[in-house]
Design a binder for this molecule. Structure first.
Ligand code: ADP
Ligand code: MG
Ligand code: MG
Length: 317
């Protein structure tokens, strides 16, 4: 039975608070959704010793590992994104992520020679795939796949598909940075765009979407300060250092949250101007760039309505 009341369900999974919104009171469905998320987390995590991705990493330089289809397909998609021209996305970034330890205890700027050494074992072409056996082989010892930038998007899409299959017409899943929506209650779902480096509930604006994913990546999500500089968790696979440009955050509106995840990272690497010009060729992907100088740039606004909420930010589109 569906009514106009929104029911919220929450859990902590993948190290984040997860929020599910439904228009029916259905504890059983909510707990099935949370266990689906948990199952995928168990396949993809690199924050524990045992997962299919960790099996691949442990076998680096030794032998291929056969994985389940979802893991294989996600890795295949991540490799393709990593090999786009001048891509800031790299699925083999693991050794650098582990070196920087950003957001974990004891994080500090690593020595330059260590960064250079790790760069040599982060090449996407050294991730060798075999479609027939669904196996993954990391050709260099020490290589590590890290799906931290896209696992949430993939999982958000699976939750959407599951809810759809269960007959849910209106719903929302928020995996912390990744929001995927079904339907259009009262004309659309309203989703906030966070104000960088401000209180958790402070917003620079909000958008209204129908049947869309909204993904935000921000430098303010995880970082540390050293030598008067801010070192955040989105690394430039070309330099081995955090991506350093005019941006504080990128929000991507798309149908699939997996695309949102890949594009936030690609656009972070490109910056506002190049990013907007690339998006002119894509009807299906739109972005909101929030810059350090307090400018908000919309690449276009076909799939959403934007409402500015902070007078100290200037909207430029
Ligand atoms: P958020 O944590 O805000 O969702 P992202 O979605 O961009 O941000 O994911 C960041 C995570 O992705 C990092 O913590 C790390 O595990 C991994 N990562 C960092 N830099 C890259 C990169 N250039 N390409 C792919 N994955 C990355
Ligand atoms: Mg993310
Ligand atoms: Mg991303």
């Amino acid at each position: 039975m569906s009514d106009n009341r929104v029911w919220s369900y929450s859990a902590v999974l993948m190290g984040s608070p997860i929020l599910l919104k439904l228009f029916s009171h259905d504890e059983a469905l909510a707990s099935r959704v949370f266990s689906l998320i948990k199952q995928y987390e168990d396949l993809f995590t690199v924050n524990r010793a045992d997962s299919q991705v960790m099996d691949i990493n442990h076998a680096a330089g030794h032998h291929p590992v056969v994985v389940s289809r979802p893991v294989y397909e996600l890795i295949k998609c991540a490799k393709a994104a990593s090999q786009l021209p001048d891509s800031a996305f790299n699925l083999a970034i693991g050794p650098l992520v582990k070196l920087w330890r950003i957001g974990f205890k004891g994080d500090s700027v690593p020595p330059a020679d260590e960064i250079a050494a790790r760069l040599r074992i982060t090449r996407p072409q050294d991730v060798i795939l075999d479609d027939a056996s669904a196996s993954v082989f990391l050709a260099q010892p020490g290589m590590e796949i890290d799906l931290g930038a896209i696992a949430k998007g993939f999982i958000a899409d699976r939750v959407r598909d599951y809810l759809h299959q269960q007959g849910v017409s209106d719903g929302l899943i928020n995996l912390g940075g990744n929001v995927q929506t079904l339907g259009s209650p009262q004309g659309g779902w309203t989703i906030g765009v966070k104000k960088p480096f401000a209180a958790a509930d402070a917003l620079v604006g909000s958008i209204e979407v129908v049947n869309k994913s909204v993904v935000t990546s921000g430098t303010y999500e995880r970082y540390f300060e050293q030598d008067g500089k801010l070192w955040h968790h989105i690394l430039d696979p070309r330099s081995g250092y955090p991506l350093n440009n005019e941006l504080d955050s990128v929000t991507v509106i798309s149908t699939d949250s997996l695309d949102g995840d890949i594009w936030t990272t690609l656009l972070f690497g490109l910056g506002v101007e190049k990013g907007c010009s690339l998006l002119r060729q894509r009807q299906d992907i739109e972005a909101i760039f929030v810059s350090k100088n307090r400018e908000i740039t919309l690449s276009s606004r076909r799939q959403f309505r934007f409402t500015p909420l902070d007078a100290s930010y200037r909207l430029t589109d």
